[in-house]
Design a protein around this ligand. Sequence first.
Ligand SMILES: NC(=O)C1=CN([C@@H]2O[C@H](COP(=O)(O)OP(=O)(O)OC[C@H]3O[C@@H](n4cnc5c(N)ncnc54)[C@H](OP(=O)(O)O)[C@@H]3O)[C@@H](O)[C@H]2O)C=CC1
Ligand SMILES: CC(=O)C(=O)O
Ligand SMILES: [Mg+2]
Length: 543
Amino acid sequence: MTIVLTPYWSNGVQKLKVAPQPPAAPKRGLIPAAFDRDVHTERCLLQLRSKDKGIEKYIYLSYLKNEDPAMFYKLCLEHMAEITPLIYTPTVGDACVNFSHIFRRPEGLYVSIKDKGKIRDVLQNWPRIDEARISVVTDGSRILGLGDLGVNGMGISIGKLSLYVAGAGIRPESTIPICLDLGTNTQRYLDDPLYLGLRQKRVSDPEMEAFMDEFMHEMTATFPKLMIQFEDFSTDNAFKYLERYRKQYPVFNDDIQGTGAVVLSGFLNAAKLASAASGKPLSTHRILFFGAGSAGVGVASQLMSFFTLQGLSQEEARRSIWLVDSQGLVYNARGRLAEHKKYFSRNDYQGPPMTSLLDIIDYVRPTALLGLSTITNAFTTEVIEAMALINPRPILFPLSNPVKLSECSFAAAVEHTRGQVLFASGSPFPEQEYQGKTLYPGQGNNMYIFPGLGLAAILARVSQVTDTMVEASSLGLANSLTDEERSLGLLYPQVNRIREISAFIAKEVIRAAQKSGVDRSPDLRNKSDAELISFINQKMWKP
Ligand SMILES: NC(=O)C1=CN([C@@H]2O[C@H](COP(=O)(O)OP(=O)(O)OC[C@H]3O[C@@H](n4cnc5c(N)ncnc54)[C@H](OP(=O)(O)O)[C@@H]3O)[C@@H](O)[C@H]2O)C=CC1
Ligand SMILES: CC(=O)C(=O)O
Ligand SMILES: [Mg+2]
């Protein structure tokens, strides 16, 4: 099927034309004599590879996506490991920072505080209302670890949705990237004549709240079959709006829940290998979080709820987790704490503030150190060596994005643990040779989770996203490692299998939705697992 998108900014007419199958042959003279679609795939790849800089490759791929979406997604699927870092982290970080400068043409929906009171009118301008199934919504206030990028955050919604299409076969015309323009507190953007957003500071909390209530209400009224992913909201708002809407609308927060799921999955696979080396069971793990924001606390909560399922009491599970923030170890006697840190705040430490990560490691003696802090190279040589001294196979997950903010590189982790590290990072690192052996880094990034989770939510037409669905996505991912991948010591499956993995995750999530009673596709209940997988595969859009 050929999809022809009429440029909707050109004449105010917004429509999608779906050409009948098979597409009409091109008119004579409009295509060169030797043009061949397969050869053209190679041509596009060569053009992409001829560019030196990541950002140039990003711009080329954006152009390709707009001009020839089928070719763009074909390249994504056939060269997933090469292209994902260009359309997503780390390159999407550069693209967002420079979004107003590299901007070519509008893509997605911009809803601003000036639209308050008439948000429905704005949403109704979307050209593909009936097809809309999934939206990634950001307010640009915490894009990756890069801070408040204002309306430039649109790049992250676009990037995540490209992965929905490539990774789970969501139809391209069913996706809506949205950036809410509520101002920005980043002065250099306010001063930049090319900046594309409103030139005002961020609105107050009550103003944002009223805006968000109207926005969510109108989204559901306009797009009744839409699933919403909240992305890269600043910490307080990430927690606040997830809690506010999660029982009312089909919505999830990728940074809290998607990250929780992906890290639990990698942790489980790492913990098996660590336990095999130490002889200690899963219940004895001690997990230190360096970074206690939306991602850190989201992951801590996910690990904790898994531990309780494994038979630990609530208190035992809570006590296996320590948080560190910009002020050091998080503990009750330290004084006033942000709401989201309170649950994991320690009540068993009374001393003076403990700020050095080395001291904290010495005190906690963690089996796993997880970085979600945005602090580049916070896992110094000494920190990595300290972890290796305590553990035969230390678990080190520097998860901050993009790659320049990673708490350590894979090379450093391998070198300072003498090849024993169990490693996953948020952005990709190259493999390493160590003593004649190739070691592979894991990529602990929510991109393994949200495509399958979102696809399941769409197919089962869920009314809400439950904790059990998120957990099912995590266990589905953990269980999708093949024997070959396990024998290579991988913690996550190879990304070129993403569609197969997404289908498996989607099946698990649909089953969890059915158990929770939040599904609204009764037909899927009668399908066997094999039938369900085959149904999911058949529903995936293929370029
Ligand atoms: N791999 C993945 O899939 C994902 C990765 N991430 C990455 O995680 C990172 C954090 O995201 P998020 O949690 O939303 O951001 P937040 O801003 O909510 O959290 C950052 C945390 O790091 C802490 N921190 C800052 N400076 C230091 C320091 N010097 N020492 C110790 N802790 C410090 C902050 O402390 P304080 O609370 O005191 O300010 C805060 O707790 C980002 O880089 C993001 O890209 C996020 C989601 C998914
Ligand atoms: C991966 C992701 O969601 C983040 O870094 O924010
Ligand atoms: Mg994010």
